[in-house]
Design a protein around this ligand. Structure first.
Ligand code: UT7
Length: 328
C-alpha cells in the first residue's frame, strides 16, 4: 500500500490594519505609481503591535480545521514555515500546538524565507508518504513588518503580514487509475537553494551576530533576475518530471513577490493570466504566508475547484526556490 498527501482544507488570516500605497507616500519618498508599476502591490495588511506570527498562524489553523470539519485531536503534526517567529525559541509550531490543544506529536518550524511554504509542504508530504503522520497542519505565517526598516523605500513598500494554512491528510494511493496524475494529492515537489547568492537578500543581523533581528536588505534588481530564471527552470522541471505540459495545469499558484515575475513565469508556461492566482495587489509580499494565503482565497472564492491541477512555485532569500504539482 502506498500513501498520498491530499490537501484536505485551507484557511487563512489577515490582520485588520490595511496600509495603502498612499499611506506609504507619506512615510518615504515613493509614489503609488512606482509601487504599482514596479511591483503590482496596491495595499497590504500589517499586524498590530502586539499581534504575533503565532497569533496569526493560530487563526489560520483554526480556519483550516473548521473547513476540514476536523477536531484539533485529529492533528498529529504541525509544521510552520516562518522567518519571523514570536521568539528565537520555542517554535511557532509548538505555540500553535499548545494553544489549539493538539495532543503531543511532531511540531517544528521550517525557515526558507519566501520558499518556506513549499519546503514545509514537501517535508509534510514526506512524513505522510512514510506513514509517520496522518493529518499535518502546514502553515505559512509571517510578520514581515517587524523586519522592515520603515525608512528604506526599497523594501518597506513590498513586504507585509498574514498567515495561511493547509491540512494535508494521508490517503491510500488509488492504484486502479491508468494515469496516476488523475489521482488527488501532491504528485511531486522540487526544492533548491543556492547559498552562494545569500547576500542578495538577507537581514542585517541575527541571534549569533548582532544579537538582534536586523532588518531586511535586498539587492532587488539582482534578486529579480534570479527569480525569473529559477522560476522558469523549476516549473519546466516539474512538468518534465511528471511527463505533462502546461496545458495540463488548471492554476498557477505563485509566490506573490512581484507581478512582473509572475507574468514572466506565466508567459514561459504559455498560460493566460486568467489561470494565475494573483493576490499580490492586496496582500503584498507576505513571504512564506503568500502561497497558502493565495490558495485559500482562490479556494474560498470558488476559483480553485476539487480535481483541478495546481502548479505551485516560490523563490526567496537564500536564495531558495521550489515548486509542487498538486491535484486539489
Ligand atoms: O520574495 C522574495 C523575493 N523577492 C523578490 O522577488 C523581489 C525581486 N525584486 C523586485 O521585485 C524588484 O527588483 C523591485 C520591486 C524590488 C524593484 O524594482 P526594479 O524595477 O528592479 O527597480 P530598481 O531596484 O532597479 O530601482 C529603480 C529605481 C532606482 O532609482 P535609480 O537608481 O534608477 O535612480 C531606485 O532608487 O527606483 C528607485 N526606487 C524607488 N523609487 C520610488 C527604489 N525603490 C523605490 C520606491 N519608490 N519605493
Amino acid at each position: 500500500m502506498s500513501l498520498t498527501s491530499i490537501i484536505l482544507s485551507t484557511g487563512s488570516y489577515l490582520p485588520s490594519k490595511i496600509l495603502t500605497n498612499a499611506d506609504l507616500e507619506k512615510m518615504v519618498d515613493t509614489t503609488d505609481e512606482w509601487i504599482t508599476q514596479r511591483s503590482g502591490i496596491k495595499h497590504r495588511h500589517i499586524a498590530g503591535e502586539n499581534e504575533t506570527t503565532g497569533d496569526m498562524a493560530l487563526h489560520a489553523a483554526r480556519k483550516a480545521l473548521e473547513n476540514a470539519k476536523l477536531d484539533p485531536q485529529d492533528i498529529d503534526g504541525i509544521i510552520v514555515a516562518t522567518t519571523t517567529p514570536d521568539r528565537t525559541f520555542p517554535s511557532v509550531a509548538v505555540k500553535v500546538q499548545g494553544d489549539l490543544g493538539v495532543k503531543p506529536g511532531l511540531a517544528f518550524d521550517v525557515q526558507a524565507v519566501c520558499t518556506g511554504f513549499v519546503y514545509a509542504l514537501t517535508v509534510a508530504d514526506n512524513f505522510i508518504k512514510m506513514g509517520q503522520a496522518k493529518n499535518i497542519l502546514v502553515i505559512g505565517a509571517e510578520k514581515m513588518s517587524s523586519l522592515l526598516d520603515w525608512t528604506d523605500r526599497t523594501t518597506c513598500v513590498l513586504f507585509a503580514d498574514g498567515a495561511g494554512a493547509v491540512i494535508l491528510q494521508a490517503k491510500e494511493t488509488d492504484d486502479t487509475l491508468s494515469n496516476k496524475l488523475d489521482g488527488q494529492g501532491i504528485h511531486s515537489t522540487h526544492l533548491y537553494a543556492n547559498g552562494s547568492k545569500r547576500e542578495l537578500l538577507q537581514t542585517t543581523g541575527g541571534v549569533s551576530t548582532t544579537g538582534g533581528n536586523g532588518v531586511i536588505e535586498m539587492q532587488g534588481r539582482e534578486v529579480f533576475k534570479y527569480a525569473v530564471s529559477y522560476m522558469a527552470d523549476v516549473v519546466a522541471e516539474t512538468l518534465a518530471y511528471n511527463g505533462i505540459t502546461s496545458a495540463d495545469i488548471d492554476w498557477l499558484v505563485p509566490h506573490q513577490a512581484n507581478i512582473r515575475i509572475i507574468e514572466s513565469t506565466a508567459k514561459k508556461l504559455n498560460m493566460s493570466m486568467d489561470q494565475v492566482v494573483v493576490t499580490l495587489d492586496h496582500h503584498g509580499n507576505t513571504s512564506a504566508a503568500s502561497i497558502p494565503l493565495a490558495l485559500d482565497e482562490a479556494v474560498q472564492g470558488g476559483k480553485i475547484k476539487r480535481g483541478q491541477m495546481l502548479l505551485i512555485e516560490a523563490m526567496g532569500g537564500g536564495l531558495t526556490w521550489g515548486a509542487a504539482l498538486v491535484r486539489y
